[in-house]
Design a protein around this ligand. Structure first.
Ligand code: ACO
Length: 424
């Protein structure tokens, strides 16, 4: 039986709006009839109280610190699955077993090489360009390459586009790095899994063998799993909005990369490391905390706080443990960045401001320390995030095949000048 909420609109009219329930999580009031029936808009800048769609991919309970992909807790997926399996789960709805995993892996292998002509795009960029700038350009340019299967009402065409994006993204990201340092890039090696392949393309030299360190490959796979999807975050919402117009999928994902780049989103792990460098020594932590609390100071604790989590981001705890394990493996147990991060976390979590505002470490707080230890240059941190998140973006893009509400078109409250006339 349908439930309704009746709302007094303050202008003498009332509106009867349906209440919608998902499998879990808060219910939502369906405000769609508001404008049609009453000529009133809902106002929610920043979408803090808005469910923009129905989705069956990822569930988050920010108060409890819960994250699940297609029903599976992130902790179980991180412990028991590979990233390729998780990507299959996100994109196709189920964890793959035996034959399905083999077929999925084979399809990725069939599509992980770049068209040689795509490589010529890199030469148009300055060597010092940020890898995310290069990735936005190159991924957008892919829309000019795959014009063979563009009837996206057909599931075969949709699936091919999603696989092409997912399979090529590590190659594209690695090339944005190798181009910046002038090193020829190795091709993907289909004997390796997705994450190991990314590592060998990033760090391997074309003229010598590259042994993938299994501990680092495991850490990379884990980072990929943890960054794979996060429901309607800014970049995913951007991809969905671009896709709502029927735009080319490669262009849609390029828009997601552009959004992810920002320091309030995926760029935060790079910003965390910069912040730790700036703080310099544990003795300066109290000053950093003081500055972060000062409303008149733009300084914020990067890697702290989250729009949805008002509890520890479950991904942060997993990355913190993995960071300790990797540092031990690399004989870097006294890494000064890790020491600073641990101390900063403790100091912030004991501070009234952070307690009251429920500001906890997020996924980015430790990932920068981990990636730095693994040899990643800081400008590649967000690029790695983009590789992982491509699995989520394409899953949302695939889900949109049932886009029952057509093009996304928010409205506004107009606050500009009233009618004027050109006085001449
Ligand atoms: N340091 C100090 N104060 C903070 C921080 C922080 N990192 N984050 C939030 N606050 C304060 C805000 O100033 C605000 O204070 P007020 O109530 O006095 O105005 C209050 O906490 C609530 O913060 P909002 O900005 O309203 O929270 P919002 O949900 O809009 O922002 C965000 C979330 C952008 C992540 C924010 O916490 C932030 O900027 N964090 C640092 C950047 C970061 O780590 N981003 C990565 C996010 S995870 C991801 O995208 C993968």
């Amino acid at each position: 039986m349908s439930e309704y909420a009746e709302i007094d609109l303050g202008n003498g009219s009332r509106s009867k709006l349906q209440i919608l329930h998902g499998t879990e999580g808060p219910s939502a009031i369906d405000v769609r009839p508001l404008y049609q029936s009453n000529g009133v808009l809902a106002y929610d800048p920043g979408f803090k109280s808005t469910a923009s769609c129905k989705s069956a991919i990822t569930y988050i309970d920010g108060e409890q610190g819960i994250l699940r992909y297609r029903g599976y807790p992130i902790e179980e997926l991180a412990k028991k699955c590979t990233f390729t399996e998780v990507a299959h789960l996100l994109m196709l709805g189920e964890l793959p077993y035996a034959q399905a995993l083999g077929d999925f892996t084979q399809t990725i292998h069939d599509h992980n090489v770049l068209h040689e002509q795509v490589l010529s795009f890199y030469n148009g960029f300055r060597r010092d360009a940020h890898p995310m700038a290069v990735m936005v350009g190159v991924v957008g340019a892919l829309s000019a390459f795959y014009q063979d299967l563009q009837d996206y009402s057909k599931s075969e065409h949709r699936h091919k586009a999603a696989i092409r994006l997912f399979a090529k993204m590590p190659t594209i990201a690695a090339a944005s790095y190798t181009y910046s340092i002038g090193r020829p890039q190795r091709y993907p090696d289909n004997r390796l899994d997705y994450s190991s392949n990314f590592l060998q393309m990033l760090f391997g030299r074309p003229n010598q063998a590259y042994e993938v360190d299994p501990v680092l490959a495991k850490a990379m796979d884990l980072l990929m799993i943890l960054h794979a999807d996060h429901e309607q975050n800014a970049s995913t919402s951007t991809v969905r909005m671009a896709a709502s117009s029927g735009a080319n999928p490669f262009a849609c994902i390029a828009s997601g990369i552009a959004t992810l780049w920002g320091p309030a989103h995926g760029g935060a792990n790079e910003a965390v490391l910069k912040m730790l460098e700036e703080i310099g020594t544990p003795a300066n932590i109290p000053l950093a905390i003081k500055r972060a609390k000062d409303r008149n100071d733009p300084f914020r604790l990067m890697g702290f706080g989250h729009r949805v989590y008002k509890n520890l981001d479950p991904r942060a705890a997993i990355i913190r443990d993995m960071t300790k394990a990797v540092l031990k493996h690399l004989n870097m147990e006294n890494d000064p960045f890790m020491a600073m991060a641990l101390e900063l976390e403790q100091a912030a979590l004991a501070d009234e401001y952070f307690i009251e505002k429920k500001l906890y470490p997020n996924v980015d707080f430790y990932s920068g320390v981990l990636l730095r230890a693994m040899g990643f240059p800081s400008r590649m941190f967000t690029a790695l995030f983009a590789v992982a998140r491509t699995s989520g973006w394409v899953s949302h893009w695939l889900e949109l095949k049932n886009n029952e509400h057509g093009i996304d078109r928010p409205r506004q409250i107009y606050v500009g000048s009233g009618l004027r006339h050109v006085d001449r």
